[in-house]
Design a protein around this ligand. Structure first.
Ligand code: NDP
Length: 245
């Protein structure tokens, strides 16, 4: 049964990694799915072809999350193409490492723009199109609660901001019947951490002894997007293989 049939979703940062898995999963569940990308045009087009071959409705939109106007246009284009907007998934995110004594101000600003400001901009634009039953889901991170090692302070701060915004938006939008939640993945195998030495360090920190898969995070997002999750709002859902246990 296609539980999201008739629903329209927008996923930011859908060309690769967790975002691409979310696009695949929401489309498989029956939603029409638009997604944004900034740099990975080839990957985006390949994903469109893959989803269409399976009979899905999908649209790729080039929109850098650092550009507020581009984010607003992506929301408007999604609603224009598919008629409505039911589900917004704020997934685009970047990770720039560095300890406090060496971290560049430009990197601080870039990470805040993409990981935090773009979430606010997309939510503000999306709720103009959303009605009761609307769903907003953001990819936060367990680093909001547990950083674990040096060099991740500013990234962790951006995910802490996601967590706080999620609670606040849930209060703002609850009266309109729109739920707002964040998933907080632990270490998950994607391009963001595609360095074997880093993964070798992380694995023993996981209760399950392995990192997560993109589709495992996508399945939690799909659950939150679905009709059975209507009583969950303002929640930060950890999915981390026991990394913080
Ligand atoms: P990837 O680097 O594999 O993918 C990132 C995605 O975001 C790509 O599709 C990329 O598209 C897009 N993106 C990056 N910058 C921008 C931008 N400025 N505008 C629009 N799209 C952008 O990372 P993950 O899949 O691992 O990360 C996805 C989310 O999950 C992020 O928010 C990340 O912080 C979070 N996360 C990841 C964890 C992990 O261990 N992997 C753990 C916890 C959270 P393009 O290439 O086209 O720019």
């Amino acid at each position: 049964t296609k539980i999201l049939l008739g629903k329209v979703a927008l996923v930011t940062g859908g060309s690769r990694g967790i975002g691409a898995a979310i696009v695949r999963r929401l489309a498989a569940d029956g939603a029409a799915v638009a997604f944004t990308f900034a740099a990975s045009e080839e990957r985006a087009l390949a994903l469109v072809a893959e989803v269409e071959a399976l009979g899905g409705k999908v649209l790729a939109i080039k929109a850098d999350s650092g550009d507020a106007e581009a984010v607003r246009r992506a929301v408007a284009r999604t609603a224009g193409a598919f008629g409505v907007l039911d589900i917004l998934v704020n997934n685009a995110g970047i990770l720039i490492h560095g300890k406090v004594d060496e971290f560049a101000l430009e990197d601080f600003d870039r990470m805040v723009d993409v990981n935090v400001r773009a979430v606010f901009v997309a939510v503000q634009a999306a709720i103009k199109h959303m009605t009761t039953g609307g769903r907003i889901i953001t990819t936060g991170s367990v680093v909001a609660d547990y950083t674990g090692f040096p060099g991740a302070s500013i990234y962790s701060m951006t995910k802490g901001a996601v967590s706080a915004m999620t609670r606040g938006f849930a209060r703002d939008l609850g009266p309109r019947g729109i739920t707002v939640n964040a998933v907080q993945p632990g270490p998950t195998e994607t391009d963001i951490n595609d360095i074997e030495s880093q993964r070798a360090m992380l694995r023993p920190m996981m209760a399950l002894g392995r990192m997560g898969k993109d589709w495992e995070v996508a399945s939690l997002v799909a659950y939150l997007a679905g009709p059975q999750a209507g009583f969950i709002t303002g929640s930060l859902l950890t999915i981390d293989g026991g990394y913080t246990a």
